[in-house]
Design a protein around this ligand. Sequence first.
Ligand code: FES
Ligand code: FE
Length: 387
Amino acid sequence: MAGNVIRVAQELPGWVVTEVRKCCRRRLEGRYFTDPEIFRAEMERFYFGMWVCVGRSEQIATAGKYFVAEVAGESVIVTREEGGGVRGFYNVCRHRGTQLCAEPTGEFAGRIQCPYHAWTYGLDGRLLAAPHMEGEAFRKEDYPLHAVGAEEWEGLIFVYLGKEKTALREQLGDLPEKFAGWGMGDLRRYKIEKYEVKANWKLIVQNYNECLHCPVLHPALNKVTNYLSGDNDPAHEGYIGGSMLFRGEAETMSVDGVRRRAYLPGLNAEQRKLVLYYAVYPNLFLSLHPDYVMVHRLWPRAVDRTEVETEWLFHPAEMAKEDFYGDDAVEFWDITNKEDWWITEQSQKGVSSRGYIPGPYSKSEKLPAEFDKKIRGENKGVLRGEP
Ligand code: FES
Ligand code: FE
């Protein structure tokens, strides 16, 4: 009997130790959601050790356009060079370290000039001019901007700030083939919304990856999709996700389930019946619908605070139509998002309590359980006393 029992409350001072039967995988302990040390280690591992999605290619459609991404406290300039390639640089001047770009978006006139003493860089990061530095010992080629990895996939821009860079393709695994039918690279942003969620980033990932809460929390969503339908993929090193089916006559996720746009042109008959939900580590959620795509990007700002960017992408041929309408999808997901953020904040409050003891996952919570397993593995060695 002893082998079938675990002690679950032993860390709580003054509490009677509770014993429960071992039955299934348990959720992460509270400190994973509240400990700044774990948060810092996770930022190091996930945000500086992986490719992170920062935006859309169309934000920098032409050479010189730029935007600034805030990646785990680091400011990164993302721009396009003359040859068409995307480039990323730390937003730090090589002279005295001043931030080069104060505005979140803009366009360089062919060069990047520091507003302090006018050191000037090319769009490829080379130092072109350094006033008052004439002298034999100074060589401009020794002071390019510090570059970060920057690549594009299907209209999404990723940067890599770590030291041991693997190819973006390697991190994505089989997703490029799996998602080819949705043609995300051809789609264009219709709207972007920014949310601030007072919760740890992992609670948002866990919540996105199960729909057992849908009948309780999302009355509108539950009308158009069957929360027990669809299949999950086996967990992959770089992502977790799966599919869901529509309910009744519904053809897409919108306020009434009505699809007001043509199917995305690359989809086959099977794919038209599905919504795919994938959490691509560390910060990208892709929700692929028959007629549009929704993208979430997670920006953890503190152990208990995460900013979320949500954008809705549609096919340009549909957007060009006079009677194009996309707000049914935006409105539907804006309501659903806010319901999710609210419950996630409630979760943050609960797991921060001394009364929180990790509860068991059901079979239908396989994806969050897989995510927790990954988190435990990645945090090994960070946590004192963790098995
Ligand atoms: Fe940038 Fe001096 S700090 S030019
Ligand atoms: Fe939800």
